[in-house]
Design a protein around this ligand. Structure first.
Ligand SMILES: *Cc1c(COP(=O)(O)O)cnc(C)c1O
Length: 400
């Protein structure tokens, strides 16, 4: 029997509109985006927290404009992201630049733009930023990205804060950092930065992070450094299994954990870098069924979208809810009893065996031309699209 699901993102009007459109495309519900941004703003403002949006999650223009209009800062991981943030009206005082491999060209671009802070990820990088700043006769603000060795309890492909990960500076290297900072006259130490992974739903993880940050900031203070900024990164997860009934992440609880467990002096600022939690639920990838292949062992729905449009399932074994929105009238609200359903492997057209969104998905009997929605694709979806197989660039459609 089919499970019940409520059509919150797609009403009849929206589905009729889709029928006229070329697929595949990312559908953006800007109402959901605004509701999410507003919830985050409200909860973070309560404690005076600063939120930088992690731009790599989604740099669609309309999405960026909405986020900028709420007054969030930007967390960038490339020179082009810094440029895009400035072009979309983010204040330079609200732009931070992280990344394990910043090139000289990118560092120079950020120095010229006078961004707020570099989150430096190695001792060698500190030296390079210092040299490049010196050549421009500038002082670069620095936060040290530290790998706190806290397990994010998320998928091992998206954990970043363990000793074995490439990100950040390990705590046993902090003496060398302090030594470097003493010698780098063109660096201004502002604080410490952490980002331990993504899709974190267990608040205990953040509590553990707070404990580690408290120890580490104590260490810096003892060494005579004033820690002005505590940047705790992002990673808050979303509910991929219940995109309609659990549309907005629990920002209240999330920020409250830091309020409770992070030691913050009155003159310190706490910074966050949220990506996924702000944008994931506002978008679905909409595709059409090209072919239905019924086999002996397997039934396949071959879509006109594949790993070139959404690679998360193939790259991270990520789960996405998949719905046949053309069968809505037979498969809606309470009337799910007595509908024929079949298990399908939902696959794309790309010439790779891994080009499969999900296996054994229970769906109403589906036909060529049906519209399929892959839910919760606002984060790390459109931004990872590629032109492999010389595919067209995936389009975007907006609710208004
Ligand atoms: C990707 C990234 C983030 C955002 O991660 P989400 O899981 O999308 O919240 C924050 N900070 C840094 C440094 C990142 O690389």
């Amino acid at each position: 029997m089919a499970s019940l699901y409520r059509k919150i993102m797609f009403n009849n009007h929206t589905i009729n509109r889709f029928k006229e459109l070329e697929t595949p495309f990312y559908y953006y519900d800007l109402g959901i985006l605004n509701k999410t941004l507003s919830a985050c703003k409200e909860s973070s403002s309560k404690y005076g927290y600063h939120v930088h949006y992690a731009m790599k999650a989604n740099f669609n223009q309309r999405v960026l404009n909405a986020i900028q209009s709420f007054g969030f800062g930007a967390d960038c991981v490339s020179g082009n992201e810094v440029k895009a943030a400035l072009e979309h009206g983010f204040e330079k005082e609200n732009i931070v630049f992280a990344g394990v491999g910043k090139s000289d060209k990118e560092i120079n671009l950020a120095l010229d733009a006078d961004i707020f802070c570099f989150n430096a990820e190695s001792v060698q990088e500190l030296m390079v930023i210092n040299d490049l700043a010196k050549a421009k006769n500038k002082i670069a603000n620095i936060a040290i990205r530290i790998n706190p060795n806290v397990d994010a309890h998320t998928h091992h492909f998206i954990t970043t804060g363990l000793d074995e990960n490439k990100f950040g500076i390990n705590t046993w290297q902090l003496d060398a950092v302090v030594e470097a900072l003493h010698h780098c006259a063109n660096l201004q130490f502002l604080g410490i930065h952490f980002h331990i992974g993504s899709q974190i739903i267990d608040m205990e993880v953040y509590k553990n992070l707070c404990t580690r940050i408290n120890e580490i900031q104590e260490w810096f203070t003892e060494k005579g450094f004033e820690v002005k900024i505590l940047n705790v990164g992002g990673g808050l997860g979303v509910d991929y299994y219940n995109p309609d009934t659990n549309q907005i992440s629990n920002f209240e609880n999330y920020f409250k954990v830091f309020k409770q467990f992070l030691n913050v002096r009155a003159d310190q600022e706490v910074h966050f870098e949220l990506g996924r939690a702000l944008v994931a639920q506002c978008s679905s990838l909409v595709a059409r069924v090209l072919y239905v292949k019924n086999g002996i062992k397997k039934n396949f729905l071959v879509l006109d979208a594949g790993m070139t449009e959404l690679i998360r399932p193939m790259l991270y074994q990520a789960y996405h809810q998949i719905e046949n929105i053309s069968r809505k009238s037979e498969y809606d609200e309470q009337i799910s009893v007595g509908i024929d359903t079949i298990q399908y492997d939902i696959v794309g057209p790309i010439c790779e065996s891994t080009d499969c969104f999900r296996k054994d998905v229970e769906m109403p009997t589906s036909f060529r031309g049906d519209l399929i929605a892959i839910r919760t694709t606002g984060a790390y979806g459109e931004v990872m699209a590629s032109s492999y197989n010389l595919r067209d660039r995936v389009g975007s459609v907006y609710s208004n």
